[in-house]
Design a protein around this ligand. Structure first.
Ligand code: ATP
Ligand code: MG
Length: 256
């Protein structure tokens, strides 16, 4: 197998371009986009609406080919979806006919992991996202935030090396959103994984990220990279937090 990327790079985007073309129109969404994400790094892509964030995530996930450049996953070119790259969407796509437990242990079940082992594993992640006691509930009985917790537990239970999260909390109310940001920080602190998280919410980005990649409007490029060194869990109202948030706000506004 050819290895062309840096050893400790999980995801590398090299010179990615994406143009959507029809007979009459052509829209350049990504242009010479470069990104290098290290193992266990929590990277947040922060960009304005419609700038091409989902398109980029789909390309990284191998769901959509770029029109130029390439994505490497652990040094290998991504050409199709890879079980090593998991996704958490805004709508969780849970199976309504399965209980929480059966939704979470779905991946290991498909891989024929023995029942006792996979149940133990699923329980571990159910506990970590704070759903202990809801193992036998069906998704219909759960709130939006709880469903999102199931989606996160399920993604982790598949053991992906990389987790892609595309505005997973975009539709939640503010209170639930804060709670979910804490869930993600908590699970990531214990079960380190490489995460690429998309948002258009500055506060969320500062709360979660090791590194924020600030994106420009279409055709999307990197406007600025900001490393966030604050210890976790972060305090939304600490002086340092508010200062960074303000600084990013100013740069972010100038990207629109
Ligand atoms: N399959 C497609 N065919 C044509 N145009 C597309 C396609 N997918 C996306 N686009 C266009 O590309 C641009 C970027 O879309 P994309 O969904 O990637 O942006 P986004 O940053 O995720 O937006 P949002 O903030 O709404 O989530 C939009 O103008 C969109 O209409
Ligand atoms: Mg999107």
């Amino acid at each position: 197998m050819e290895h062309t990327g840096q050893v400790n790079s999980m995801i590398t985007c090299r010179n990615i371009g994406k143009t959507f073309s029809t007979k009459k129109t052509s829209l350049e969404v990504l242009q010479k986009f470069d990104l290098d994400v290290k193992e266990n790094e929590f990277v947040v892509l922060l960009g304005p609406g419609q700038c091409g964030k989902t398109t980029l995530m789909n390309i990284i996930a191998g769901l959509e080919p770029p029109t130029a450049g390439e994505v490497l996953f652990q040094g290998e070119k991504v050409t199709k979806p890879n079980p090593g790259i998991g996704m958490v969407y805004q709508t969780t796509g849970l199976f309504p006919w399965f209980t929480v437990m059966k939704n979470v242990d779905f991946g290991p079940r498909m891989k024929h992991m023995p029942k006792q082992e996979r149940r133990k594993k699923a329980q571990h992640f159910i506990d970590l996202v704070g759903l202990t006691g809801f193992e036998n509930s069906y998704p219909i009985k759960l709130s939006g935030g709880m469903r999102q917790r199931v989606g996160i537990a399920r993604a982790y239970c598949n053991d992906p090396a990389v987790l892609l999260m595309d505005e997973p909390f975009g539709h939640l109310d503010a209170q639930t959103r804060y709670a979910m940001q804490e869930v993600i920080t908590n699970i990531w602190s214990r079960e380190k994984r490489t995460v690429i998280f998309v948002t258009n919410n500055i506060e969320e980005a500062v709360f979660l990220a090791d590194r924020i990649i600030l994106l420009t409007n279409c055709p999307t490029n990197v406007k600025r990279e900001i490393r966030i060194d604050l210890p976790r869990p972060r305090d939304y109202v600490s002086k340092e937090f508010l200062k960074i948030r303000e600084e990013i706000s100013e740069i972010f506004e100038s990207t629109k």
